[in-house]
Design a protein around this ligand. Structure first.
Ligand SMILES: C[S@@+](CC[C@H](N)C(=O)[O-])C[C@H]1O[C@@H](n2cnc3c(N)ncnc32)[C@H](O)[C@@H]1O
Length: 372
């Protein structure tokens, strides 16, 4: 069975790695997607434990198409008997590339093909419910490749239950987790010196413990005909914690408002015993100890319009890092200003090991992996 996991564009390799850790075979990475092979246990395990992906989709068809007629015909040829006659459905669509039609056109055409195909094989007309469908079909066009699949997740794993405080520049939790995997952290001391709402410390602690992802919405796979609660329980039981935390994870935030928000998120995630949030300035604090891992998302200066000020913060922070990081420590920092950051790190003698560029929302960002 082919499964598609939607990942952060540019960071797909970490989702492939995580899926393999969870026992599902990654066969290909594609723009913002990872193609996996596995059985239904993968659907249960990925939805509940994968921290770097947003949706888990069961692939029904993957075909090259040229126009809307092609899309209709490909969608018409699929067997939709997995939808029960009394279930409602909806089609969602994403599109990337240049086309003469929109994603709404794709959703409309595929929706019609599903109704026609179902009526032809069963004589029944399926109900459409765009707000709360029982079955959600995804029809995504990437270039001229059409992926039609069943959404087993629902709204997406990005919407974490613990996020009570929404920082205005918060990192997607799935991207935070990708950065943690990129750093190759294994449980030793860890700091996020620009922590905002504490997404990175929280994701790190939950990753170490292999805690359930707990998205805020309901899982759609529970409504699908293959769903078997005993098999789900068996599959989830097999996943154990990754490593013990050797120290409390530290997050530092300069703004009292975000600091208070970070505390709320940490408490909602039930991680007060694993994370310390400090109110202070990372450029000035004397931590009286050093850290082995740093993963952070410093300000970009886009919202405030003060890019020069932000670049100065980078410069001062990189200068200060020898007081914060142990010998042979590793760090990952993600920013839109990744070229400048790479330059600053090089000037101070840090080894830049890798730069991953990708899309965070509408922003083109780079994650810089470096070592001391
Ligand atoms: C891009 S945000 C981090 C968002 C965070 N990753 C999240 O998901 O909520 C950067 C944060 O760094 C904080 N900051 C800026 N300068 C700082 C400094 N010198 N020391 C500590 N925090 C700082 C800002 O107040 C802001 O909340």
């Amino acid at each position: 069975m082919n499964i598609l996991a939607t990942a952060i564009r540019g960071f797909e390799e970490y989702s492939a790695y995580e899926a393999e850790l969870l026992g599902c075979r990654a066969v290909e990475t594609r723009q913002a997607r990872v193609v996996l092979e596995g059985d239904y246990s993968c659907v249960y395990v990925l939805n509940n434990f994968a921290r770097t992906v947003n949706k888990i989709l069961l692939l029904l068809s993957r075909e090259t198409v040229q126009n809307l007629d092609d899309i209709y015909n490909k969608a018409l040829s699929i067997d939709y008997s997995f939808i029960k006659p009394d279930q409602s459905f909806a089609v969602r669509s994403e599109r990337s590339g240049i086309h003469e039609f929109t994603s709404l056109d794709i959703a409309r055409v595929v929706g019609q093909a599903i109704i026609d195909s179902y009526q032809r094989s069963t004589g029944k007309i399926l109900k459409v419910n765009l707000d709360e469908p029982d079955v959600e079909i995804e029809a995504d066009l990437i270039g001229n490749e059409l992926f039609i699949s069943i959404n087993t997740t629902g709204n997406g794993l990005n919407f974490r239950e613990y996020r009570i405080y929404n920082h205005p520049s918060s990192l997607k939790p799935t991207l935070a987790s990708s950065l943690i995997i990129m750093s190759q952290w294994e449980g030793s001391s860890f700091i996020d010196p620009f922590t905002g709402g504490a997404t990175i410390p929280i994701e790190a602690a939950l990753y170490a413990k292999s805690s359930l992802v707990k998205p805020s919405g309901k899982f759609l796979y529970k409504k699908l005909s293959f769903y078997d609660d005993k098999a789900e329980e068996e599959a989830l039981k097999k996943i154990g914690k990754k490593f013990d935390l050797k120290d409390k994870i530290v997050g530092v935030e300069i703004s009292r408002k975000h600091f208070t928000g970070a505390l709320k998120n940490v408490s909602a995630a039930n991680l007060g015993e694993s994370i310390d949030i400090i109110l202070g300035d990372s450029i000035k604090i004397d931590f009286q100890r050093k850290f082995k891992f740093l993963v952070s998302n410093p300000p970009y200066g886009i919202r405030s319009g003060r890019k020069e000020k932000v670049l100065k913060i980078y410069e001062l922070f990189v200068k200060r890092m020898d007081k914060i990081l142990e010998d042979k420590a590793r760090g990952v920092m993600i920013t839109t200003e990744y070229k400048k950051l790479t330059e600053l790190l090089g000037e101070r003698g840090y080894k830049v090991l890798k730069v991953n560029t990708g899309l965070h929302g509408k922003l083109w960002v780079g994650a810089v992996l470096f070592s001391v």
